[in-house]
Design a protein around this ligand. Structure first.
Ligand SMILES: Nc1nc2c(ncn2[C@@H]2O[C@H](COP(=O)(O)OP(=O)(O)OP(=O)(O)O)[C@@H](O)[C@H]2O)c(=O)[nH]1
Ligand SMILES: [Mg+2]
Length: 389
């Protein structure tokens, strides 16, 4: 009987744990210590070697999951500096400890003060300094290394960020456009952690997409999954909103929100998180067009989606954002049906918008550079050219 109960309970325990673990780890706390300095040799004025430093270095292929697995049982301390001896008066420096982390990491200390960012492959940051080797000032004793807790915070470096209420079809979208196979199910909060996928084009161009857990009204006061995953859209080039044409009702306790209301609520949540993000290029896919009455609803809301500001007053003040989204493109789809022409059109539009804005950025930068160069030349010519009297 006991065995049976154990077996049943053990089985019941395992499912949710496995379920929770899916997806990616985007934050990790580590306690690191710099190496202790080596002892000096007072009789000969010998200096102890400095303790090793702890570094984090970025590598594209690394993941925080790997870091966590590898370092779970390891004390993260750099090597101790060598002692000074008669044979070698200056002690050898301690061995540095290098932790490989993924690119896109921001490092904070325990009080959320930013220590640095690693956005490019092979960039390196020291997170704990080794102690000074023994010398006259330290009474020839080696000093202890810096010991601190750091938080490695990963922001995905995806080109496109998917934003929508739960159950809108974000994971269905990622499934349709990439080889990623996120979990798709007919209940809210199927996606618990961000997932990455890549859209491959025929000319080998690749665009990365981040599928994020659903956002709901009140996310700013930590409702649902809160705002914590919105950090992943901060570095994306395009915000891709996916909404259900039928709107959304998360549970019986929540009000039913129409499609347009969900758009405004998403707009408001992003505004409350970081209003500047609303300036980012954006596109919206109105999904589930295969459901009953979808076309009629769309006919009614289309002009409003095209000009949200104009129709804002029709909605309750509590859901009105101050700054309103202006979509670069509005598309309809039945993502579940995975229609080839629909998916191709979406992929093309995504690429088109990203390229348009990237080109604009390059032109702006070139213009800025030209202006700087012109001003520099003007200054120089004033300095060296003969002055007219
Ligand atoms: N009828 C219909 N159902 C769809 C369509 N697209 C997605 N669905 C269904 O909607 C449900 C939710 O889809 P998901 O892709 O898991 O939604 P999600 O936005 O990722 O949801 P969360 O991960 O909970 O935020 C699933 O049952 C899908 O099969 C569609 O075009 N038409
Ligand atoms: Mg999902």
């Amino acid at each position: 009987m006991v065995v049976l109960t154990r077996a049943v309970l053990g089985y019941a325990k395992k499912i949710p744990r496995k379920f929770r673990r899916e997806g990616l780890i985007d934050s990790l706390r580590l306690h690191v210590t710099g190496g202790t300095g080596g002892s000096g040799l007072p009789a000969y004025g010998g200096l102890g070697g400095a303790g090793g430093n702890v570094y984090v270095v970025a590598e594209e292929k690394a993941t925080l999951q790997k870091v966590k697995n590898q370092l779970k049982h390891v004390a993260l301390k750099a090597g101790t500096g060598g002692d000074s001896s008669k044979k070698g008066l200056i002690g050898m420096p301690g061995k540095d400890l290098t932790i490989t982390v993924p690119t896109g990491i921001t490092i904070f200390d325990d009080s959320r003060i930013k220590l640095g960012e690693l956005n490019k492959e092979n960039t390196k940051l020291m997170i704990a300094k080794g102690g000074l080797g023994g010398c006259e000032q330290t009474g020839f004793c080696g000093l202890k290394g810096e010991s601190r807790t750091v938080v490695l915070d990963l922001q995905l470096l995806a080109d496109v960020g998917l934003i929508g209420f739960p159950n809108a079809g974000k994971s269905t979208f990622l499934n349709a456009v990439s080889k990623a196979r996120p979990k798709i199910a007919n209940y809210p909060f199927t996606t618990l952690r961000p997932q990455l996928g890549t859209i491959d084009y025929k000319d080998y161009r690749q665009i990365t997409v981040a599928d994020l857990p659903g956002l709901i009204e009140g996310a700013h006061i930590n409702k649902g999954m809160g705002h914590k995953f919105l950090k992943h859209i901060e570095r994306t080039k395009l915000l891709l909103f996916i909404v259900d044409i039928q709107g959304c009702q998360i549970s019986l306790k929540h009000d039913h929100r129409s499609c347009l209301e969900t758009v405004l609520l998403l707009n408001r949540e992003i505004e409350l998180y970081k209003p500047d993000l609303l300036e980012r290029p954006s596109m919206i896919i109105v999904n589930k067009m295969d459901t009953t009455g979808a076309n009629e609803i769309y006919e009614e809301i289309k002009p409003k989606l095209e000009n949200l500001r104009k129709f804002l007053s029709e909605f309750d003040e509590s859901i009105q954002p101050k700054r309103v989204l202006e979509f670069d493109d509005i598309l309809t789809a039945s993502l579940k049906l995975n229609k080839a022409d629909e998916i191709t059109e979406i992929k093309t539009k995504i690429r088109h918008i990203i390229d348009k804005y990237e080109e604009q950025k390059v032109t702006e930068n070139t213009e800025k550079l030209e202006e700087q160069l012109y001003n520099k030349l003007k200054r120089q010519s004033k300095q060296y050219a003969p002055t007219l009297i």
